[in-house]
Design a protein around this ligand. Sequence first.
Ligand code: HEM
Ligand code: HEM
Length: 178
Amino acid sequence: MHRYSQITIAIHWLTVALVVVAWFTAVGGRHARTDPSYVHFTVGLAVLLLVIPRLLARRLGAAPRIEDPQNPWLDLAARAGHTLLYVLLIALPLSGWYAASRLGVPVSFLGVGLPSLTAAVQGAPGEIADLHETAGTLILWLAGLHALIALWHQFVLKDRTLERMNPMAPSDLSGNHR
Ligand code: HEM
Ligand code: HEM
């Protein structure tokens, strides 16, 4: 059995928690300008920050190879789904930062002020802000589907997929990477 490195596993579960908190603390409409949620900004930017070491760890070979994939199409679908999740983990915080800049709301991360990504406007913040809102909900649906598929692998196909992301599972990463 091959699993992800401890650093990747830790970042995976921390990211899950941050995305859920970002979703619950999100405010849209009028309140986004008058009463913005700084917790939303902070946890959302933490997601962006964590994606960097995660992708680096992946690049350095921390993604275990699927042993004997049952179906190449399913393997391809899994890769496409994971890629889309990564795209959202990057695009969501950036589009949120852009939306806040359009709204004229200052953005900071743990007390450090960040520059505006664009000039503020008076009216609606525009399409990127709309996209941010839609993508914010899409990631939860996609992650829910992703979790269901992982559970199906674990309990129906019994191929121990879940253990690949389990920090407690016995480790025998032997250098096989996909
Ligand atoms: C994983 C990260 C994030 C998720 C899942 C997420 C999710 C969401 C969702 C679902 C909404 C819509 C809320 C509603 O309509 O009631 C929203 C709005 C918003 N978010 Fe995020 N967000 C994330 C990161 C960020 C970041 C990093 C920032 C800023 C630095 C940000 C700034 C905003 C702003 C300004 C709005 C209001 C947009 C508008 O009203 O047009 N978000 N977010
Ligand atoms: C916001 C929620 C989530 C996000 C954004 C997310 C994201 C990801 C991504 C991007 C990968 C691919 C890792 C790589 O190969 O580099 C992954 C793998 C994985 N995730 Fe999640 N995930 C979420 C929630 C969950 C949940 C709730 C579960 C458990 C039920 C789960 C179980 C797994 C497992 C087992 C893998 C390894 C799959 C494999 O190697 O084929 N994830 N996740």
